[in-house]
Write a protein that binds this ligand. Sequence first.
Ligand code: SF4
Length: 195
Amino acid sequence: MIDRERIERVFSPRGFNVCFFGEPEEASLYLADYLKGRKCAFGGSVTLEELGLYDRLTERPIWHWRDNPEEARREAQSAEVYLLSANALSLEGQIINIDGTGNRISTALFGPKEAIYVIGRNKVEETFEKALWRARNIAAVKNAIRLNRKTPCVKSGKCMDCNSPERICRGFSVITHPMMGVKTTLVFVDEDLGY
Ligand code: SF4
C-alpha cells in the first residue's frame, strides 16, 4: 500500500503537486475532467494505456502510439500538458525515466507548461539505488520484451548493459524538483500499473 503521508512529506516541499487515487478508474476520470479542452500529449506509457485515458478524452491527445510516431513526437513538444509515467520513483525524492529516442524525457522537461506523471504503487522504491535498479532491470527489460528487441535482456530477463544496436536504454532522466516553469503533478494510484 502506498504511504501517502511519506510521499507527501518528500515531494510536496520540493514543489510537486501530489494526489492519490485508490483505483485506476478514479484517476482516469479525474484526469479526463481536469484535461477537458486542453491540448495534451502522451509519452510512451503502458500505465496510460492501462488507464484508458486516451479514449476518454474528448479532444484526443497527441500520442505517437496512435498517430504518426515521428510527427507526434515533435508535435508533443508544443502541447500544453504532457502526461507520462515514471520507470521508478524513490522515497528519497527522485523520479527516474529511461528513454530510447529521448522524446519522453526531453518533452517532460521542456516544452509543455505542465507535466503529469501517473505512477502506480509498483514503481515506488525506498532508495535511489533501488529505484535505479528497478528502472533498468524491470521497466527497461519489460519494454525491450514488449518491443521485441534483439537485446540480451530479452533472453536473460535482466539488464546486461548491452551495446546492442537495438538497445532501448540510451538516456536517463532523474528529476528531483519540477523544472522551472513547468507545473508538475504526481498522480499516484494505489494499484500496480504499467511497468
Ligand atoms: S541496456 Fe540493453 S540489456 Fe539492458 S535493459 Fe537496456 S536494452 Fe536491455
